[in-house]
Design a protein around this ligand. Sequence first.
Ligand code: PRP
Length: 203
Amino acid sequence: MEMVKVALAKGRLGKQVVKLMENTPYGDVVDLDSRKLIFNDNFKNIQYILMKPMDVPTYVNSGIVDIGVVGKDVIMESEADIYEIKDLGIGKCKFSIAALKGSDRYKQSSTLRIATKYPNVAREYYKDEKRPIKIFKLNGSVELAPLIGMSDVILDIVETGNTLRANGLEVIADVCDISGKIIANKGSYRFKYKEITDFVNQF
Ligand code: PRP
């Protein structure tokens, strides 16, 4: 049996995936509380590799790992040429556009300024915007940008809406639904089809 290498996104989604696996024959090989990054299941011949979510599509695209578990948000932002082979139905949230509550400043500015961790998604979403757009790529706490006058809107993930509410922002448009997905390298999916399918079917 060929070894399958699985990239797992660290963070909220990774925790949910490891929890899901605990009740399957794939068991509890991965210990998220340790600082270790690589875990081997010698019995099933699977190697799990923990990494930052944004790096999962890069590793899968390169073929260094065969499959990855990551959010649709990260897949949309990446330019990786991979297969999406399963929706896990976990980590559900939305990509939304938000602005200062009760303000229509975003409608009036001559250039629409957008702050986001996802510049490619923003560029695609606003491709038909009549005004010029300016995208600020941030690495987190994106809600800050409209509060201190750097952007008119943000494009970000909204789950409970608590972060928006706590900062006096509101959703002005939904972009799309997000959830956790399994992605596969195109070559691996062909040559390790049986091993990958066995792994994916546990979910
Ligand atoms: C994400 C996202 C929002 C928040 C949304 O941030 O960027 O800020 O969660 O969740 P909510 O609707 O349930 O409040 P994350 O916690 O990943 O941290 P970050 O801002 O540092 O990226």
